[in-house]
Design a protein around this ligand. Structure first.
Ligand code: SF4
Length: 299
Protein backbone atom coordinates (compact mmCIF):
# COMPACT_ATOMS: atom_id res chain seq x y z
CA UNK A 1 0.00 0.00 0.00
CA UNK A 2 1.15 3.53 -0.74
CA UNK A 3 1.42 6.39 1.73
CA UNK A 4 2.75 9.96 1.67
CA UNK A 5 4.03 11.63 4.83
CA UNK A 6 5.37 14.83 3.26
CA UNK A 7 4.37 16.67 0.12
CA UNK A 8 6.83 18.83 -1.80
CA UNK A 9 10.61 19.10 -1.81
CA UNK A 10 12.81 22.13 -1.06
CA UNK A 11 15.55 21.26 -3.57
CA UNK A 12 16.06 22.73 -7.03
CA UNK A 13 17.02 19.82 -9.31
CA UNK A 14 16.64 21.18 -12.83
CA UNK A 15 14.75 18.23 -14.34
CA UNK A 16 12.23 17.84 -11.50
CA UNK A 17 8.84 19.54 -11.28
CA UNK A 18 9.41 20.86 -7.76
CA UNK A 19 11.09 24.18 -8.60
CA UNK A 20 8.45 24.94 -11.27
CA UNK A 21 5.70 23.91 -8.85
CA UNK A 22 7.00 26.28 -6.18
CA UNK A 23 7.07 29.17 -8.67
CA UNK A 24 3.57 28.35 -9.87
CA UNK A 25 2.17 28.45 -6.34
CA UNK A 26 4.46 31.16 -4.93
CA UNK A 27 2.73 33.13 -2.16
CA UNK A 28 -0.04 30.56 -1.76
CA UNK A 29 1.31 28.69 1.24
CA UNK A 30 4.13 26.36 2.16
CA UNK A 31 5.45 24.22 -0.69
CA UNK A 32 6.78 21.54 1.66
CA UNK A 33 4.11 20.17 3.97
CA UNK A 34 4.80 17.41 6.49
CA UNK A 35 2.15 15.51 8.37
CA UNK A 36 2.66 14.91 12.06
CA UNK A 37 4.11 11.57 13.08
CA UNK A 38 0.90 10.73 14.93
CA UNK A 39 -1.22 11.49 11.85
CA UNK A 40 0.92 9.18 9.69
CA UNK A 41 0.90 6.43 12.31
CA UNK A 42 -2.88 6.60 12.58
CA UNK A 43 -3.24 6.13 8.82
CA UNK A 44 -0.78 3.23 8.86
CA UNK A 45 -2.73 1.60 11.68
CA UNK A 46 -5.97 2.03 9.75
CA UNK A 47 -4.43 0.43 6.65
CA UNK A 48 -3.06 -2.37 8.80
CA UNK A 49 -6.44 -3.08 10.32
CA UNK A 50 -8.43 -2.85 7.07
CA UNK A 51 -6.12 -4.38 4.47
CA UNK A 52 -3.26 -6.17 6.27
CA UNK A 53 -0.61 -4.94 3.79
CA UNK A 54 2.67 -6.84 3.60
CA UNK A 55 4.65 -3.69 2.82
CA UNK A 56 4.06 0.07 2.82
CA UNK A 57 5.68 2.22 0.15
CA UNK A 58 6.25 5.81 1.28
CA UNK A 59 6.16 7.93 -1.85
CA UNK A 60 7.51 11.18 -0.34
CA UNK A 61 10.04 12.83 -2.64
CA UNK A 62 12.52 12.75 0.24
CA UNK A 63 11.48 10.88 3.34
CA UNK A 64 14.33 12.07 5.56
CA UNK A 65 13.98 15.87 5.27
CA UNK A 66 13.71 16.31 9.05
CA UNK A 67 15.98 14.20 11.25
CA UNK A 68 13.84 14.79 14.37
CA UNK A 69 10.70 13.73 12.51
CA UNK A 70 12.39 10.55 11.23
CA UNK A 71 13.68 9.56 14.66
CA UNK A 72 10.27 10.07 16.27
CA UNK A 73 8.54 8.26 13.39
CA UNK A 74 10.95 5.31 13.59
CA UNK A 75 10.24 4.73 17.24
CA UNK A 76 6.45 5.03 16.93
CA UNK A 77 6.26 2.98 13.74
CA UNK A 78 8.34 0.17 15.19
CA UNK A 79 6.29 0.02 18.40
CA UNK A 80 2.80 0.44 16.91
CA UNK A 81 2.79 -0.53 13.20
CA UNK A 82 5.67 -2.88 12.47
CA UNK A 83 4.94 -3.42 8.76
CA UNK A 84 8.04 -3.50 6.48
CA UNK A 85 8.33 -0.33 4.41
CA UNK A 86 10.24 1.37 1.58
CA UNK A 87 11.06 5.08 1.18
CA UNK A 88 13.30 7.57 -0.67
CA UNK A 89 16.57 9.10 0.58
CA UNK A 90 18.62 12.11 -0.53
CA UNK A 91 22.35 11.51 -0.13
CA UNK A 92 23.27 14.73 1.73
CA UNK A 93 20.70 13.93 4.46
CA UNK A 94 21.84 10.38 5.16
CA UNK A 95 23.48 9.72 8.52
CA UNK A 96 24.27 6.48 10.30
CA UNK A 97 21.76 7.39 13.00
CA UNK A 98 18.93 7.94 10.49
CA UNK A 99 19.68 4.80 8.46
CA UNK A 100 20.02 2.73 11.64
CA UNK A 101 16.75 4.04 13.13
CA UNK A 102 14.80 3.39 9.92
CA UNK A 103 16.26 -0.08 9.53
CA UNK A 104 15.31 -0.82 13.11
CA UNK A 105 11.77 0.41 12.39
CA UNK A 106 11.36 -2.02 9.48
CA UNK A 107 12.67 -0.11 6.44
CA UNK A 108 13.72 -2.89 4.08
CA UNK A 109 14.76 -0.90 1.01
CA UNK A 110 15.31 2.70 -0.08
CA UNK A 111 15.75 4.42 -3.42
CA UNK A 112 18.46 7.07 -3.67
CA UNK A 113 19.28 9.14 -6.74
CA UNK A 114 22.85 9.20 -8.01
CA UNK A 115 21.71 10.56 -11.41
CA UNK A 116 25.14 11.28 -12.92
CA UNK A 117 28.58 10.78 -11.47
CA UNK A 118 30.20 13.65 -13.39
CA UNK A 119 30.41 16.68 -11.08
CA UNK A 120 29.73 19.25 -13.83
CA UNK A 121 26.70 17.44 -15.25
CA UNK A 122 25.31 16.55 -11.84
CA UNK A 123 25.68 19.96 -10.24
CA UNK A 124 25.73 22.52 -13.08
CA UNK A 125 23.24 20.88 -15.47
CA UNK A 126 21.07 18.72 -13.21
CA UNK A 127 21.54 21.15 -10.28
CA UNK A 128 21.69 18.36 -7.72
CA UNK A 129 24.00 20.25 -5.36
CA UNK A 130 25.63 17.01 -4.18
CA UNK A 131 29.31 16.14 -4.00
CA UNK A 132 30.82 12.84 -5.08
CA UNK A 133 31.86 12.27 -1.47
CA UNK A 134 28.28 12.71 -0.24
CA UNK A 135 27.01 10.14 -2.74
CA UNK A 136 29.79 7.69 -1.98
CA UNK A 137 29.41 8.03 1.78
CA UNK A 138 25.59 7.77 1.68
CA UNK A 139 25.69 4.55 -0.38
CA UNK A 140 28.18 3.03 2.06
CA UNK A 141 26.05 4.01 5.08
CA UNK A 142 22.88 2.52 3.59
CA UNK A 143 24.65 -0.73 2.71
CA UNK A 144 26.18 -0.95 6.18
CA UNK A 145 22.80 -0.33 7.86
CA UNK A 146 21.31 -3.46 6.32
CA UNK A 147 18.72 -1.54 4.26
CA UNK A 148 18.66 -2.62 0.61
CA UNK A 149 19.96 0.11 -1.66
CA UNK A 150 18.28 0.97 -4.97
CA UNK A 151 20.06 3.59 -7.07
CA UNK A 152 18.45 5.95 -9.56
CA UNK A 153 20.49 7.11 -12.57
CA UNK A 154 19.79 9.45 -15.48
CA UNK A 155 21.47 8.86 -18.85
CA UNK A 156 21.57 11.09 -21.91
CA UNK A 157 21.77 14.41 -20.07
CA UNK A 158 22.85 17.54 -21.98
CA UNK A 159 26.61 17.86 -21.50
CA UNK A 160 26.98 14.17 -20.72
CA UNK A 161 28.41 11.48 -23.00
CA UNK A 162 28.60 7.73 -23.39
CA UNK A 163 31.84 7.75 -21.38
CA UNK A 164 30.22 9.68 -18.52
CA UNK A 165 27.17 7.41 -18.50
CA UNK A 166 29.48 4.40 -18.31
CA UNK A 167 31.27 6.02 -15.36
CA UNK A 168 27.87 6.45 -13.67
CA UNK A 169 27.27 2.75 -14.22
CA UNK A 170 30.66 1.89 -12.69
CA UNK A 171 29.74 3.85 -9.56
CA UNK A 172 26.65 1.67 -9.05
CA UNK A 173 28.71 -1.45 -9.79
CA UNK A 174 31.05 -0.45 -6.98
CA UNK A 175 28.23 -0.18 -4.42
CA UNK A 176 26.36 -3.31 -5.55
CA UNK A 177 22.77 -2.06 -5.12
CA UNK A 178 19.83 -4.45 -5.06
CA UNK A 179 18.72 -2.75 -8.26
CA UNK A 180 19.97 0.18 -10.36
CA UNK A 181 17.25 2.13 -12.14
CA UNK A 182 18.41 3.87 -15.31
CA UNK A 183 16.22 6.35 -17.16
CA UNK A 184 16.71 8.76 -20.05
CA UNK A 185 16.59 12.46 -19.31
CA UNK A 186 13.25 14.00 -20.25
CA UNK A 187 13.27 17.80 -20.44
CA UNK A 188 9.69 18.37 -19.34
CA UNK A 189 8.03 21.72 -20.16
CA UNK A 190 8.59 24.63 -17.76
CA UNK A 191 11.53 22.97 -16.03
CA UNK A 192 14.91 24.71 -15.92
CA UNK A 193 16.50 21.96 -17.97
CA UNK A 194 13.87 22.28 -20.71
CA UNK A 195 14.82 25.95 -21.19
CA UNK A 196 18.51 25.02 -21.05
CA UNK A 197 18.08 22.24 -23.62
CA UNK A 198 16.22 24.52 -26.02
CA UNK A 199 18.70 27.36 -25.58
CA UNK A 200 21.67 25.10 -26.32
CA UNK A 201 20.14 23.19 -29.22
CA UNK A 202 19.50 19.90 -27.41
CA UNK A 203 15.75 20.18 -27.86
CA UNK A 204 13.57 21.60 -30.65
CA UNK A 205 11.72 24.79 -29.69
CA UNK A 206 8.35 23.24 -30.52
CA UNK A 207 9.06 19.83 -28.95
CA UNK A 208 5.82 18.15 -27.89
CA UNK A 209 6.22 14.48 -28.73
CA UNK A 210 7.20 13.30 -25.27
CA UNK A 211 7.52 9.52 -24.83
CA UNK A 212 5.06 7.85 -22.50
CA UNK A 213 7.86 6.73 -20.19
CA UNK A 214 11.34 7.93 -19.32
CA UNK A 215 12.54 4.41 -20.07
CA UNK A 216 11.52 4.61 -23.74
CA UNK A 217 13.64 7.06 -25.72
CA UNK A 218 15.45 10.39 -25.55
CA UNK A 219 13.97 13.48 -27.21
CA UNK A 220 17.27 15.31 -27.06
CA UNK A 221 19.82 15.94 -29.78
CA UNK A 222 22.77 14.35 -27.99
CA UNK A 223 25.87 12.57 -29.31
CA UNK A 224 25.64 8.75 -29.41
CA UNK A 225 21.91 8.95 -28.70
CA UNK A 226 21.08 5.47 -29.98
CA UNK A 227 23.99 3.93 -28.07
CA UNK A 228 22.93 5.67 -24.87
CA UNK A 229 19.35 4.45 -25.32
CA UNK A 230 20.70 0.92 -25.65
CA UNK A 231 22.98 1.41 -22.67
CA UNK A 232 19.90 2.26 -20.61
CA UNK A 233 18.41 -1.15 -21.41
CA UNK A 234 21.65 -2.86 -20.34
CA UNK A 235 22.45 -0.67 -17.33
CA UNK A 236 20.79 -2.62 -14.50
CA UNK A 237 21.94 -5.95 -15.92
CA UNK A 238 25.57 -4.79 -16.11
CA UNK A 239 25.43 -3.41 -12.54
CA UNK A 240 24.38 -6.87 -11.36
CA UNK A 241 26.38 -9.06 -13.74
CA UNK A 242 29.82 -7.44 -13.89
CA UNK A 243 31.09 -9.65 -16.69
CA UNK A 244 28.84 -7.63 -19.06
CA UNK A 245 30.69 -4.37 -18.43
CA UNK A 246 33.67 -4.97 -20.80
CA UNK A 247 31.19 -5.88 -23.55
CA UNK A 248 29.02 -2.77 -23.26
CA UNK A 249 30.81 -0.58 -25.80
CA UNK A 250 30.40 -3.36 -28.34
CA UNK A 251 26.82 -4.25 -27.40
CA UNK A 252 25.50 -0.68 -27.66
CA UNK A 253 26.54 -0.65 -31.33
CA UNK A 254 24.27 -3.62 -32.13
CA UNK A 255 20.51 -3.41 -32.87
CA UNK A 256 19.64 -5.51 -29.84
CA UNK A 257 17.07 -3.23 -28.23
CA UNK A 258 14.17 -5.67 -28.56
CA UNK A 259 15.94 -8.42 -26.65
CA UNK A 260 17.77 -6.09 -24.22
CA UNK A 261 14.52 -4.24 -23.41
CA UNK A 262 12.79 -7.55 -22.70
CA UNK A 263 15.66 -8.72 -20.48
CA UNK A 264 15.73 -5.35 -18.70
CA UNK A 265 12.00 -5.55 -17.96
CA UNK A 266 12.26 -9.13 -16.71
CA UNK A 267 15.18 -8.22 -14.47
CA UNK A 268 13.40 -5.14 -13.12
CA UNK A 269 10.28 -7.21 -12.40
CA UNK A 270 12.34 -9.87 -10.64
CA UNK A 271 14.17 -7.32 -8.48
CA UNK A 272 11.01 -5.42 -7.54
CA UNK A 273 9.15 -8.61 -6.66
CA UNK A 274 11.94 -10.45 -4.84
CA UNK A 275 14.33 -7.78 -3.58
CA UNK A 276 12.86 -4.29 -3.30
CA UNK A 277 9.21 -4.89 -2.36
CA UNK A 278 9.01 -8.60 -1.52
CA UNK A 279 5.41 -9.69 -1.08
CA UNK A 280 3.38 -12.85 -1.59
CA UNK A 281 1.16 -13.11 -4.65
CA UNK A 282 -1.86 -15.23 -5.55
CA UNK A 283 -2.05 -17.26 -8.79
CA UNK A 284 -4.72 -14.84 -10.05
CA UNK A 285 -2.48 -11.80 -9.35
CA UNK A 286 0.44 -13.60 -10.96
CA UNK A 287 -1.43 -14.09 -14.25
CA UNK A 288 -2.80 -10.56 -14.12
CA UNK A 289 0.77 -9.24 -13.74
CA UNK A 290 1.90 -11.27 -16.77
CA UNK A 291 -1.06 -9.93 -18.78
CA UNK A 292 -0.18 -6.32 -17.93
CA UNK A 293 3.49 -7.00 -18.59
CA UNK A 294 2.80 -8.44 -22.06
CA UNK A 295 0.69 -5.42 -22.98
CA UNK A 296 3.55 -3.07 -22.14
CA UNK A 297 5.40 -1.50 -25.03
CA UNK A 298 8.69 -3.31 -25.55
CA UNK A 299 10.62 -0.59 -27.31
S1 SF4 B 1 15.62 16.00 -4.47
FE1 SF4 B 1 14.30 14.73 -5.79
S2 SF4 B 1 12.22 15.46 -5.44
FE2 SF4 B 1 13.62 17.03 -4.63
S3 SF4 B 1 13.87 18.51 -6.31
FE3 SF4 B 1 15.54 16.99 -6.48
S4 SF4 B 1 14.74 15.40 -7.89
FE4 SF4 B 1 12.98 16.62 -7.17
Amino acid sequence: MFMIATRGCPYDCSYCFNHAYRELYAGKGKAVRSRSVENVIQEALELKQRYRPEIILFQDDTFILSQDWVLEFSKEYKDRVGIPFHCHFRANLVTEEIAGALHDAGCISIKMAIECIDDHVRNDILRRNLSFEELDRACAIVKKSGIKLVTQNILGTPGSSLDIDLATLRFSMKHRPSYAYATLLQAYPKTWICDYAKKHGYLEQDAEDYPASFFDRSMLNIPDKRKIERLRTLFALAVEFHFLYPLLRFLVRLPIEHISTLLDKLWRGYCIRHRIFPYSITIREYFHTIKVFLKTRWY
